[in-house]
Design a binder for this molecule. Structure first.
Ligand code: FRU
Length: 489
């Protein structure tokens, strides 16, 4: 077998991240847990490696790591192509679609062109499955929600609101969020509208959910996630969030929020949403995002497939001197892919330290360090004479960064090469990093998930060497564990 004929053996093919078997993928859709399976649907063009007529591709997993591909769940019909949306378990048959039992309902945007005006049109529709998501039927009376005055009217996220005993839909409408309510997923009434933060470009793919502050279930606040197509911290598309309260009608953000809060400071997290119906005994809020950017998604050097998801992450609300923030970390299931470990002894680094070993392309790294006079500390993931992806922390500017200017193939788009920075303060002088490296991505989680940077990279050569550099003084490395990760395919 040649490298290319092996399933998932192509040069840049992610080994522990989800990617479609072939062709184009963008947003995750319809994330729902039901009867022992995590469902992952996704925006999919089955006929090409660029964006086109949207379908919902489908996969299921029992552990969020290993995925079984299933046939396309939703294909374009007379109401249009199938844009992003969500799925829920209708446990009590509020919809009447399940003859008193329960089943899955998908709520999504039908996108077409209005016959009379020839304008783009986006309307919300539903589909349902009686067989654990294996086959789907469109509801006869689609669409279920339209507004002829709003051209950008999409990406419904639906959840059951316990206190007001109804379904709530969070919808992106221009640079606003609209909330709608329904007793049965079929009839929707307007509740309220919200806007704020960055309104530089159209909003997409919202989500909203309650999170416990520092794990205290008595202290719940609501987090509203929304993506902006432009104007994020890297200059491009980014996930923004608001913390506030929701009374079943209106979302009220906390006053403390002066600056925009960004979920990730890299270029390649977009359209991220969370799983519905995670069992209470699990209790996690699990998030996954499209690991790509509209600025170059159609051009990345992936010849047979295009698009991957981030690693699934848990979201939590944490309080600190800076206020409340959402912290994120890889789900613990990822650790089951670790095979072996290299531990580098704790030591002071001054200047440059080259590790002797050669490492595999898929790694999970834990690194902890404190400044010992240094201005900047860097870890370089070297992939050939001229190539390295650099993860660093500048103690003076208090910025974490990923520099992918020399990470490998960068010139397929002028928007690709760059340095992406996240503000980050030390904790008792310390910085701790968790770094996930796959064949074409790097994800950095700092200080327990307080900051995250997610970037695609396309290193030309297979193995990795690792260098550490301390500039302007020494850095005390307290911990460096390197775990090779097994492929999930
Ligand atoms: C976000 C998005 C959504 C839309 C989908 C279409 O990436 O633009 O707003 O539903 O992609 O594929």
């Amino acid at each position: 077998m040649t490298e290319f004929s092996k399933p998932y053996g192509e040069k840049y093919r992610p080994q522990f991240h989800f990617s479609p078997p072939a062709k184009w993928m963008n947003d995750p859709n319809g994330l729902v847990y039901y009867q022992g399976e995590y469902h992952l649907f996704y925006q999919h063009n089955p006929d090409d490696i660029v964006w086109g007529p949207m379908h919902w591709g489908h996969a299921v997993s029992k552990d969020l790591m290993h995925w079984e591909h299933l046939p396309i769940a939703l294909a374009p019909n007379e109401h249009g192509t199938i844009f992003s949306g969500s799925a829920v378990v209708d446990w009590h048959d509020t919809s009447g679609l399940f003859s008193g039992g329960h089943g899955l309902v998908a709520i999504f945007t039908h996108a077409d062109e209005c016959l009379e005006t020839k304008q783009h049109r986006q309307r919300q529709s539903i589909a349902y499955s009686l067989d654990k998501g294996r086959s789907w039927r469109f509801y006869d009376e689609n669409p279920v929600l339209a507004d002829p005055n709003e051209p950008d009217f999409r990406d419904p996220k639906v959840f059951w609101h316990e206190d007001s005993e109804k379904w709530v839909m969070v919808l992106a409408v221009g640079t606003r969020i609209r909330f709608y309510g329904s007793p049965n997923l079929k009839e929707w009434e307007f509740l309220s509208e919200f806007t704020g933060g960055c309104t530089a470009s159209v909003w997409e793919c919202p989500d909203m959910f309650p999170l416990a502050v520092d794990g205290n279930p008595e202290n719940l606040h609501w987090v509203l996630l929304v993506d902006v197509q432009d104007g994020g911290p890297t200059g491009g598309a980014s996930p923004m969030y608001f913390i506030g309260d929701f009374d079943g009608v209106t979302f009220t953000p906390h006053k403390q929020q002066a600056d925009n809060l960004w979920l990730d400071y890299g270029r390649d997290v977009y359209a991220g949403v969370t799983w519905s119906d995670i069992p209470a005994e699990d209790g996690r809020r699990i998030f996954i995002a499209w690991m790509n950017s509209w600025q170059y998604a159609n051009e990345i050097p992936a010849p047979s497939w295009r698009g991957a998801m981030t690693v699934p992450r848990t979201l939590e609300l944490r309080s600190s001197a800076q206020g409340l923030s959402v912290v994120q970390n890889p789900v613990q299931e990822l650790e089951s892919l670790r095979k072996g470990r290299t531990t580098i002894p704790a030591q002071a680094v001054e200047g440059r330290l080259e590790l002797e070993q050669e490492f595999s392309e898929c790694l999970d790294l834990e690194l902890e360090f404190v400044a010992n006079g240094a201005e900047e500390f860097r870890l370089q993931l070297v992939s050939g004479d001229q190539e390295a992806t650099v993860v660093g922390y500048n103690f003076t500017t208090q910025q974490l960064f990923v520099d992918r200017r020399r990470s490998g193939e960068v010139d397929f788009s002028p928007a690709f090469a760059g340095v992406h920075q996240a503000p980050l303060v030390t904790e008792d002088g310390k910085i701790s990093l968790r770094i996930l490296l796959d064949k074409s991505s790097i994800e950095v989680f700092a200080n327990g998930g307080q900051a995250a940077i997610t970037d695609l990279i396309f290193p030309r050569e297979g193995s990795r060497r690792i260098n550490l550099t301390s500039e302007g003084g020494s850095t005390q490395v307290r911990k460096l564990n390197i775990y090779p990760l097994a492929s999930v395919w």
